[in-house]
Design a protein around this ligand. Structure first.
Ligand code: SAH
Length: 218
């Protein structure tokens, strides 16, 4: 069961969470403001109500997790979005990251490979508030060629390699933020597709994500 009421208590806990994320080094006000606006407890089962504003990942079913708030903030900051950009997300999961981006004023196209998680989001009324957020069921490795090219691509599962089709679906000047690595830890990378088509790679901190898996699951 989901909660749909955003109480003063939730808002207070959320403010503390956002302050702690700021203290951990996230300085982009647009990211912090978006996270202040999004009731994370809506994205979890009511059993997690008391813990929704801890800076932790939690289970969302099908062996998957909602990302830790710090990780959501970190990836959102690296993505350097501007309003109205087209952003492709791989790994919708709870849809929390997708809504944080939508709150920042971009158009979000998000893909999930787990049928059940995709179906849950179709029934998640809160998402209807975001007219420029579209959810898709499919294999993120294929991207969404008919909706591209994209200004930004964000991958929210551990990618064992850089998905070539997603690089192809990036606009020149576009950026991809991707946690890369097949082991327990992944290094956050930002890949910029330069105007001449060559790739610039920047490396950042280590994180731990659930794996990005090939194919879709019914
Ligand atoms: N962005 C999510 C994080 C969910 S965890 C959130 O904010 O909650 C990562 C998600 O990626 C999982 O739901 C998993 O099923 C999904 N995933 C893994 N491999 C994928 C693929 N190839 N295509 C699409 N989704 C994938």
């Amino acid at each position: 069961m989901r909660l749909t009421e955003d109480t003063y208590n939730h808002q207070g806990l959320r403010r503390q969470l956002v302050q702690s994320i700021h203290a951990k080094g996230i300085t982009d006000d647009r990211v912090l403001d978006a996270m202040l606006a999004v009731p994370r407890h809506f994205f979890l089962d009511s059993a997690f109500d008391k813990r929704a504003y801890e800076d932790k990942a939690f289970p969302i079913g099908e062996g998957q997790t909602i990302s830790q708030p710090y990780t959501v903030a970190y990836q959102s900051q690296l993505l350097e979005v501007k309003p109205f950009m087209k952003v492709l997300e791989i790994g919708t999961g709870s849809a929390y990251q997708a809504v944080v981006l939508a709150e920042m004023g971009v158009q979000v196209f998000t893909i999930e490979r787990q049928r059940k998680l995709f179906d849950n989001n179709k029934k998640f009324d809160f998402l209807k508030k975001y007219k420029f957020l579209k959810t898709f069921y499919g294999d993120g490795y294929d991207g969404l060629p008919t909706y591209g090219p994209f200004d930004r691509v964000i991958i929210t599962a551990a990618a064992p390699e850089i998905p070539q089709k997603l690089i192809e679906q990036l606009k020149p000047g576009g950026m991809m933020v991707i946690p890369l690595g097949a082991g327990d830890l992944q290094q956050m990378m930002r890949i910029t597709k330069l105007e001449n088509g060559s790739l610039k790679e920047e490396v950042f901190d280590y994180f731990s994500f659930v794996p990005m898996i090939y194919g879709k699951n019914n």
